[in-house]
Ligand binder design. Structure first.
Ligand code: PMP
Length: 406
């Protein structure tokens, strides 16, 4: 396959990429949430309509069929991540819930006073706050790996600072602000050499690069369906089976038990142990459709396509004096920048008037903003449907920003 072949004709698969007036919408906020292809929309409509029934419980044929489809989605995800076992896939509401699950369940029984957790300066709040909550509960402490000058997690610094007290390291595979890509294999070696487990927040990586959890060597991996062109309300926690098997339940309720009496309840093995209650049936079917869609295009092609758009955008922004480009040259799918004398919110508002949607703000990464010395950044993020016309529209919009702000 030619990974450099342009992804033309794909835009028409995405009904969200036009304005209410039927004009092209230059959507550059895919890192926040991706637009959905018609195939995903159709799959969710079918799952909510003609195919709808509960899973795991019904004795009637429709429910048995839906259960098969639901569990087939789990197999689909396992294959997508190259998990060794299907029962290593836990469905959660999203990466946020998945990290909270690991923090409360794994952390609740594995952390004690004197233990430490290692995070990085660029983490999303959802890979900081859950650890603060469990640290407070268990008496563990948190340390922070600094960044290199060009905005990567500094693995040399990590290797120098990690100690046996560090029981877990939790890092983003791709920064949602800077697009910097972590060398997960090296991070795993450093963590494991020190006796720590490695959790990877794959929210921004899963939609834009091929993920092989066995090759990466991490212990937990998480992503959210809605950033992978699937529905909201569904996400994935992958963890090594031996680790999951030793983790206590996070939520209690139906579907996660083995036997319940008022005296004593025993729990189902993973993944059911972690999936209390009626699951997000429709959304899970939608996620499987999204993975089918992405896989049919090919993650290598998507990555190559986004690399071209990032390079083109960075080149053009470098030519504007008042722009400060953030993040490394080889950022994945994301370009953050600041403009002298213009608040990112004003950039976003003026671009919106030009039919260009970017994100402006702290991107749920306030400690990173502190490190960068800004309150907020403007962020353009690409998806498999993004193209040159989006970059051109962004640049034209920025011309307007400069004209307005002199
Ligand atoms: N981590 C990263 C790197 C993210 O970009 C996001 C979403 N912005 C999250 C975690 C949280 O994902 P969600 O809100 O879907 O749970």
């Amino acid at each position: 396959m030619n990974v450099h072949a342009p992804l033309t004709s794909i835009r028409s698969d995405f009904p969200g990429l036009v304005t209410a007036e039927g004009q092209p919408w230059h959507y550059l906020d895919t890192a926040a949430t991706a637009q959905k292809p018609q195939a995903v929309i159709d799959a969710t409509i079918r799952a909510m309509g003609a195919d709808y029934a509960t899973v795991h419980r019904g004795v009637y044929a429709r429910s048995a069929d839906m259960t098969l489809a639901f569990e087939a989605a789990r197999m689909r995800v396992a294959k997508f991540l190259n998990a060794e076992r299907v029962d290593e896939i836990v469905f959660v509401r999203g990466a946020t819930e998945g990290i909270n699950l690991v923090a409360q369940s794994w952390g609740g029984v594995n952390l004690e006073p004197g233990d430490r957790i290692l995070l990085s300066q660029l983490e999303h709040h959802s890979n900081i706050v859950p650890w603060q909550l469990i640290a407070e509960r268990t008496g563990a402490a948190i340390d922070v790996v600094p960044l290199t000058e060009d905005g990567r997690i500094d693995l040399d610094a990590m290797a120098a600072m990690i100690r046996p007290e560090h029981k877990l390291v939790a890092l983003a595979h791709v920064s949602n602000v800077l697009g910097s890509v972590l060398d997960v294999k090296r991070a795993a070696r450093i963590a494991h050499d020190a006796g720590a487990l490695l959790l990877i927040d794959g929210c921004q990586a899963a939609p834009r690069m091929r993920i092989d959890v066995q090759a990466l060597g991490c212990d937990f991996y998480l992503f959210s369906g809605h950033k992978l062109y699937g529905p909201t309300g569904i996400g994935v926690l992958w963890a090594r089976h031996a680790i999951l098997a030793d983790m206590p339940p996070y939520h209690g309720g139906g579907a996660m038990i083995d036997k319940v009496t008022f005296e004593r309840t025993t729990y189902a093995p993973p993944p059911a142990r972690f999936e209390a209650g009626t699951p997000a049936i429709v959304e899970t079917i939608g996620l499987a459709a999204a993975i089918d869609y992405v896989d049919a295009i090919g993650l290598d092609r998507i990555a190559a396509h986004e690399d071209v758009l990032v390079a083109r955008t960075r080149d053009a922004l470098r030519g504007i004096n008042s722009v400060r480009l953030l993040g490394p040259e080889d950022a994945a799918g994301i370009v953050s920048f600041a403009m002298d004398g213009v608040h990112p919110h004003d950039i976003g508002t003026i671009l919106d008037e030009s039919g260009v949607a970017i994100r402006a703000g702290h991107h749920c990464a306030q400690p990173l903003m502190t490190h960068l010395g800004v309150e907020a950044t403007a962020r353009a993020s690409f998806g498999l449907y993004s193209d040159e016309s989006d970059v051109e529209a962004l640049l034209k919009g920025l011309d307007r920003v400069r004209a307005i702000f002199g």
